[in-house]
Write a protein of this length. Structure first.
Length: 638
């Protein structure tokens, strides 16, 4: 198996590399004493007298040719270790270029809240060329998405970065061999006696089968092993409401007990599972009150509990937005615990200065956990929305010393994971919604810890939704990211259906906002029923039926299909500037001996077509721009 040629516990061959005291680990690590268990190898610099211990934990999956590799460094000695440099958590070399000495790399942009959010971009890495995929500012999807694919002559490699900080992947083609080196670019440090540092994880799949199924094997692995579930609920995409989106994403400091309960009461007919109040509920409001995590008594005279109780009375979970990693000067957290806060300047804090709570300090993590625990146990919140609107890299850099470059970041991220794991362990029924100025913190480790992630802060833009959902679906089960809806037309709604759904309708009012029109309860229920028809397929196999295209004249199509049920949904979009009148698509995974009932979920028009005919090419009339259709395709054996 290809995977076992890259990573094999029995032989101790594991794909990571680093420099130690100026020497490359490839030249000495095999000489170190080691202990092997069923899922890890520990390498000892000096087992008897102590020193650096590297624990490489490898999970080789049985269901697909993939592995998860996590590296931990520990100093068991009495003095500092020698200098560790250029630590690549994943490092390997493969041969077999696709053609002309080159390797095809498929990557996507990160979630920067621009029209290019998660847009795919392909490149060829030819002989003697390098190619970089990386993030910026210390947030993991703040430049590139940390999921990517490499096509080789042997098959496909899909890799995912499990580090919620600064990472970099460099691909080098030398004489037809491609080397991948991925990890923290800022790694130049000694490890103190008794110190343990976890360097994150990497997931990699090595696929030699049907090229169309590589990404589906990866999606299924994530669904089975990484995406969390809620007890008695499953992993299907959710229907929930973050109330700020009912006013275009800007209803923050205006929220109060009365208007939140009013909206909750009106949402019940829409099968809304959870309701979240976003920023602004706390004393001082958004943004300068971040660091005061008590409910504003003027807005919530009875505290948060009456709102949570109202949601529970309608069988909904209720929750709050937090940005517990940030403390603004003059807030309670900044006044009480200035020593826990990372800053970029010396002297007295400036007015409204943003500071970063150092989660590498256990007492700091305990402090914010106690705040959340109080809201869960005493106020009854059952949803936790975590936002993060700062680039932390400059704070980490400023607080590193020359012999500890990267350690502030490592300890911070380790503390972040421990904090989130504590929430999930103690409260397994809580709904966790992730955000970071939109979609700037989506990586394999955060996917483990949140049920869904906001993918962008550029809301209610159908082209952005289509492009990002097309791209993210290549790697991630669709329950794990969220799209927002505040309109009622088919084109807008179809554009967000392939995701967890955040409702932005003003269900308790005839108020209009941002052109979303007066609330139409009957139409809203109709659209929710449409979504519920498509929802069971969204975590299943994904097939792009066209090439990615982000241009204003694009016409794109993609499919989700459940092979066991022989059924699925096809999404078709043509934008306003499209010059096409028809689009021919060839659905995947169909059976030649089945007839398929095709139902347009908007018009309810039906037709029956054989699987063999559909696979040879099915033509859709896309006149009447912008055009969209979501087609339910249901197999019936002939």
């Amino acid at each position: 198996m290809w995977r076992n040629e890259i990573a094999d516990l029995k032989s101790g061959k594991l794909p990571f590399r680093f420099n130690y005291d100026g020497k490359c680990s490839s030249g000495f690590l095999d000489l170190w004493e080691r202990e092997t268990t069923d899922n890890s190898v520990a390498y000892f610099e000096n087992k008897k007298n102590g020193g650096l211990v590297i624990n490489a934990e490898l999970t080789a999956y049985e269901s697909c040719p993939a592995f998860d590799l996590k590296i931990t460094l520990e100093n068991t000695g009495q003095t500092n270790t020698k200098m560790i440099d250029v630590f690549s958590t994943l490092y390997f070399t493969v041969g077999s270029p696709v053609k002309s000495g080159g390797y095809a790399v498929h990557k996507a942009m990160g979630g920067l809240s621009t029209p290019e959010d998660f847009v795919q971009g392909d490149a060829m890495v030819y002989d003697e060329e390098n190619f970089i995929i990386e993030t910026a500012g210390g947030r993991s999807s703040n430049r590139d998405l940390p999921f990517f694919q490499i096509d080789t002559g042997r098959g496909k490699i899909i890799a995912a970065v499990g580090w919620t900080g600064q990472w970099k992947c460099e691909l080098k083609n030398r004489n037809g061999e491609l080397t991948l080196a991925a990890g923290m670019p800022r790694s130049h440090f000694v490890v103190y006696p008794g110190e343990k540092l976890v360097l994150g994880s990497m997931v990699a799949l090595f696929w030699e089968g049907d090229p169309d199924e590589a990404n589906n094997a990866f999606r299924q692995l994530l669904l089975e092993r990484y995406i969390p579930t809620l007890p008695n609920r499953g992993k299907e995409p959710y229907i929930f409401c973050n109330t700020c989106f009912t006013r275009g994403g800007g209803w923050l400091n205006e929220c109060d007990e009365q208007n939140q309960i009013s909206l909750i009461n009106a949402l019940e007919p829409l099968d809304c599972e959870s309701v979240i109040t976003d920023a602004g509920w706390f004393t001082g409001g958004w943004p300068f009150g971040a660091g005061n995590w008590d409910a504003d008594p003027l807005k919530y005279p009875g505290g948060i509990k009456p709102v949570a109780d109202a949601a529970k009375s309608h069988n909904m979970k209720y929750g709050l937005w937090f940005e517990l990693e940030r403390a603004v000067a003059q807030t309670e957290l900044a006044k009480k615990h200035i020593g826990w806060l990372l800053r970029t300047a010396a002297g007295e804090p400036r007015e409204n200065e943003n500071m970063l709570l150092n989660l590498g300090i256990p007492e700091a993590a305990d402090y914010i956990y106690a705040i959340l625990e109080d809201k869960i146990t005493n106020d009854g919140i059952e949803c936790y929305r975590q936002d993060f609107n700062m680039d932390p890299l400059v704070y980490w850099d400023t607080n590193d010393t020359p012999d500890r470059v990267g350690v502030t970041e490592i300890k911070y991220i380790n503390g972040l994971y421990a904090y989130l794991d504590r929430i999930r362990k103690n409260h397994p029924g809580i709904f966790l919604d992730g955000c970071s100025s939109g979609g700037r913190r989506i990586d394999i480790e955060m996917l483990k810890r949140f049920h869904t992630h906001q993918k962008t802060d550029l809301w209610f833009d159908s082209a952005v939704d289509q492009n990002s959902l097309f791209s993210l679906s290549h790697y991630i089960p669709n329950a794990a990211f969220t799209a927002h809806i505040n309109r009622y037309d088919d084109y807008s709604f179809n554009s967000v259906m392939a995701a967890t759904l955040c409702l932005g309708w003003i269900a308790d009012s005839e108020e209009q906002f941002m052109g979303n029109g007066v609330f139409e309860p009957g139409r809203a229920v109709e659209l929710i029923e449409r979504y519920k028809t498509a929802r069971p397929y969204l975590n299943r196999s994904f097939y792009p039926l066209t090439a990615p295209d982000s241009k204003p004249g694009a016409a794109i199509a993609f499919e989700f299909f459940d092979k066991e049920k022989d059924s699925g949904v096809i999404f078709v979009f043509a934008r306003e500037r499209s010059a096409k009148e028809k689009m021919t698509i060839s659905p995947k995974a169909l059976k030649d001996n089945s007839n398929y009932i095709l139902t347009d979920l908007a018009t309810h028009e039906k037709k029956t077509v054989s699987g063999k005919t559909l696979k040879s090419g099915y033509t859709v009339d896309i006149t009447g721009l912008p055009f969209s259709a979501v087609i339910h395709i249901e197999g019936k054996v002939i």
